[in-house]
Design a protein around this ligand. Structure first.
Ligand SMILES: O=P(O)(O)OC[C@H]1O[C@](O)(CO)[C@@H](O)[C@@H]1O
Length: 328
């Protein structure tokens, strides 16, 4: 792991350890919100200190009562320039919270707004990038680093070494394993006007980002992320033989919800695509923390699906109509 990243992480983790923390908040917009949300799931499962994930502007407008000097607020913006996330960081800092940002851009407005700053690397699809230097790896390194410092435990040490030593190979092997399926998805679904996504637990954020970022934003294909538990409380009524669903099954405690939703969906929709974490090659990730890593792998696998869909539709993932072009 890059030494600069190690030092930035260490400074942030030590700052958290020196506070008496009573709440954690994860705050971002869009794809970055999807990226940080799994951290809330992990803390929720592991410790009693409450945590929440917020869309940046709602965080400011809702202004949680518990936000204050005993809060840790972790914000994320890939560009470092999303105004709502910069403002949310400033807002949290003014409330006395400990602020930590994650961004790809050093010296960006977000970088300046936060007290502690974590940089991560990024490379466009297909280019070499070490798995342990990506946004998710830095976020997980932060979260498991905080857990290990506050509540030392072999499981957290295993998670940290899985990120540092196993993640890169896992990404590469699972991309190779699912390449043919990604190509088939692109070929077979290129004319679809609508594709739903479904998941639960730690994987819900992958369904969410695939729906709002990859399909709606980057392919202009209608979509909505459906929670596997909520599917039976409204959405299942739209299931039909020609309605496409991508269902992600995790390995964690909410898998029974995914099983139930998939079993129903596949009975009535001939276009049900299963992304099952049980089929992932997770060698190198410690077995005791594997459920916490399925979303990372599902994210990389589905990114490859989106890339091949885009090659078939001829609509590059970088094309936008309004974003960064119009006033909003
Ligand atoms: O704050 P960030 O991460 O730069 O996000 C900017 C935009 O990028 C996306 O995450 C993906 O393009 C959008 O959802 C979001 O509006």
């Amino acid at each position: 792991m890059n030494q600069e990243h190690v030092q930035q992480l260490e400074a942030a983790i030590q700052a958290v350890a020196q506070r008496k923390v009573s709440s954690f908040y994860f705050v971002a917009c869009g794809g970055s919100l999807a990226n940080v949300s799994p951290a809330q799931y992990i803390l929720d499962r592991e410790i009693e200190i409450p945590s929440a994930a917020y869309s940046s502007n709602e965080f400011i407008h809702r202004s949680p009562k518990a936000l204050g000097p005993s809060s840790v607020v972790i914000t994320c913006s890939h560009s470092g320039n999303t105004p709502e996330t910069v403002a949310a960081t400033t807002f949290a800092r003014e409330k006395g919270a400990l602020t930590i940002c994650l961004t790809n851009l050093v010296d960006s407005p977000l970088w300046e707004a936060a007290e502690f700053k974590l940089h991560y690397n990024y490379a466009p699809y297909g280019e070499a990038l070490r798995g342990e230097e990506t946004s998710m790896a830095i976020l997980y390194r932060l979260v498991f680093g905080i857990l290990q410092t506050l509540y030392p435990n072999e499981k957290y040490a295993n998670a940290i070494s899985s990120i540092e030593n196993g993640l890169h190979g896992v990404y590469e092997r699972n991309k190779a394993l699912t390449l043919d399926a990604a190509k088939a998805f692109g070929r077979n679904y290129k004319r679809e006007k609508l594709i739903y996504t479904m998941a639960s637990g730690i994987n819900y954020s992958v369904a969410y980002s695939f729906a709002i970022c990859l399909l709606q934003e980057m392919q202009w294909i209608h979509s909505s992320a459906i929670h596997s538990g909520e599917y039976f409380h409204g959405p299942f009524e739209i299931t039909d033989f020609d309605v496409p669903f991508i269902v992600i099954k995790g390995l964690g405690e909410t898998r029974p919800l995914d099983d139930r939703a998939y079993d129903f969906c596949v009975k009535y929709s001939d276009k049900t695509i299963l992304i099952d974490a049980e089929t992932f090659d997770l060698e190198g990730i410690s077995p005791d923390v594997r459920p916490y890593f399925t979303n990372l792998v599902a994210g990389v696998v589905l990114r490859q699906y989106a890339q091949h869909l885009s090659e078939e539709t001829g609509h590059a993932l970088s094309v936008r109509r309004y974003m960064w072009k119009m006033e909003y």
